[in-house]
Design a protein around this ligand. Structure first.
Ligand code: EPU
Length: 338
């Protein structure tokens, strides 16, 4: 057999294997169980482009919206028992889903995770509870209306509370770790637990926790609630402050389909946007995607971009910045799928 033919056959086998794997991930029986449990709140072969702010991404085998924490716990147990991989999606604003989509189940936190309420109030401030599905911008609005300081750092960060907690989201003026009092999570066995501030370790765009014997990353946990300690602003005018920050953001950041900032800032002195601009890449286009002319750490889906276009722009930015400044740009967005 010629080498070329052998290669072709091998790649054919690999593709067949892949199809088989994909088929065995969600069996017909398991799909029926999902429909029984979640009814209209489960969708199959759902294009992720409709669920992400980038508006790109292939289909997820299944997308499920558990209504509340007990339902989420039940879903996680079902998936663990069946050995099916899953992925929890926040607001879909910090996410790049690849073009062939996501195998297994995408969990979207539904209405039961989309709330903000006051837990405790004193002269000094308010302990605010936010479901993981709430947008950070909604928490900022809530804080402004209640005359509370503490969320200024979040103005301009797209995304949900759950995602923000997991990556200790922040800007040059602060990060979510500084206001978190405790969080509720569900572990991979479906057990709900609370982790207090003292057991959480916040680092630059990274969170880990003290699991007893050792510090662990959060990859096996789903954040469902965050309790945030905000401060009463007696003399300041936080509403005006939030508004001014939002206005600044509208001037410095582009509109359109994006996932916010693409790369982490290597340091305060070397923001990724400046490095990419100085590497001469503003406006660079690949397919339907482009590096923003307004802020170089944003990639925009201009017209029917695919994930591959965006990934190519990211690689180019990493390569040129590495060549020019000897700095490695690390993605800030999450990249999932195949
Ligand atoms: N800059 C350039 N060229 C550019 C873009 C920025 O020279 O094309 C310079 C700016 O002039 C400024 C510095 O880089 O001196 C920092 O820029 P900016 O103030 O826009 O802040 P950033 O660090 O790029 C951060 C967050 C944003 C958040 C803004 C709020 C990160 C990675 N990004 O951006 O968050 O909205 O602050 O001011 O920390 C996100 O997380 O998705 C996000 C958009």
């Amino acid at each position: 057999m010629s080498g070329r033919l052998e290669k072709l056959l091998q790649s054919g086998f690999k593709q067949a294997e892949k199809r088989f794997e994909a088929m065995t991930v969600l069996t017909g029986d398991f799909k029926k169980r999902l429909i029984n449990e979640f009814g209209a709140r489960v969708k199959f072969d759902e294009p992720m482009a409709g669920h992400t702010s980038f508006q790109v991404g292939g289909p997820a085998d299944a997308l499920v919206y558990p209504a509340d924490a007990p339902e989420l716990a039940k879903l996680v147990k079902m998936l663990k028992q069946a050995g099916i991989q899953w992925f929890v999606m926040g607001g879909g604003t910090n996410l790049l889903v690849k073009d062939r989509g996501i195998r297994g189940v995408v969990i979207c936190l539904g209405q039961g995770f989309d709330y903000i309420k006051e837990v405790f109030s004193s002269n000094d401030g308010v302990l605010v509870e936010a479901g993981a599905g709430v947008r950070l911008s909604s928490v900022c609005r809530y804080a402004a209306e209640k005359h509370l300081s503490g969320m200024q750092f979040a103005v301009g960060i797209p995304g949900s509370v759950g995602g923000a907690v997991l990556m200790n989201a922040g800007t040059a003026i602060g990060e979510i770790g500084s206001v978190i009092q405790e969080i509720d999570v569900i572990d991979s066995a479906g057990k709900i637990m609370t982790i207090e501030r003292g057991d959480l370790k916040f680092e630059y765009r990274f969170l880990s926790w003290d699991a007893g014997r050792e510090t662990e990353d959060m990859s096996s946990l789903i954040v469902i609630t965050a309790r945030l300690q905000l401060v009463s602003a007696r003399h300041a005018d936080p509403e005006a402050e939030y508004q001014a920050l939002a206005a600044g953001r509208r001037q410095t950041q582009p509109r359109g389909f994006s996932a916010g900032c693409i790369f982490k800032n290597p340091s305060v002195q070397m923001p990724a946007g400046r490095l990419i601009e100085e590497a001469g890449l503003k406006g660079l286009q690949v397919g339907g995607a482009a590096i923003s002319e307004v802020h170089a750490n944003f990639i925009l889906n201009l017209r029917q971009a695919c994930a591959a276009d965006i990934l190519k722009l990211m690689e180019t930015a990493q390569e040129k910045v590495r060549q020019k400044f000897e700095v490695i740009l690390e993605p800030e967005i999450r990249i999932v799928g195949e």
